[in-house]
Design a protein around this ligand. Sequence first.
Ligand SMILES: [Zn+2]
Length: 297
Amino acid sequence: MRLNRVLKKVLFLFIFMLCVMILPVFSHNVKALTIVIDPGHGGNDDGASNSGLVESELTMKIATYLKEYLSEYPDLNIILTHTGQTMSLEDRADFARNNKADLMLSIHINSNQVTSLQGCEAYVTYRTDLPKYNENMTRLGNMILRNIQKLGISGIGTVQTKKVVNSENEDEYKYFDGTPGDYYGIIRRSMKGGHELGLGPNFGDGSGVPVVLIEHAYLSNSHDRAFLDSDDDLRALARADCDAVVEFYSLSKTNNIDISGYMFDSEFYYNKYEDLRNAFGYNVEALKNHYYTFRDC
Ligand SMILES: [Zn+2]
């Protein structure tokens, strides 16, 4: 049996109205936050290396696992800056900004000529006048460090800041209010936001993206290198990052709002439409198929 045209129109209007009413509310909640994960280095930039282990490969693995773990949270939209290509720090910052990221996690592995140095470190902007960037990211960074240290990677346990020294003559290393830039390019370029885009001196206008740069361990240190040699341990590092983000934003896996389930109510559908009752009886699958065939939103 076929539905008559009037009924189809009414049905379409009803479903359309339902979509118009429900979707803006739920789509806002479903992906409340965008987090950009930046695998440090990549392409023709290997970063640090030691006895066969290469930073760019390790950061890509951690970043990929981190994306996998964070994607289990329905409130998050997780994007990687790249999948192994060469990418400048400026392009990474632009990428995060263009995707309206709420946060960028820059994933790194440390290295130093002094091979006794070991442990995890995290860096945020030194600009304490911008609490959105400094205060919040310090809190998140400390959560990350605490989780990594639980894995047996040492560290001083609190985030650090580092600014460019002797930047007097180089605009590139300054913020447009004349203060020295942050030492780490990814932080500086993400922070600069409006300046680089020529949007004027609204430093704290939100056009920048807060960044936490995580040096998970020292590849140059024998203890840390042994840890980085295991895929399970790389996953554990990603899990440490993930757990901190979940704690920081108070995320829950059960926040999931299943729009399709919410919008289809077989009983409601059955009672409302006589044609369908006659055609299908109370056959939930048939009613559901009909609903999804004729909905248009
Ligand atoms: Zn690095």
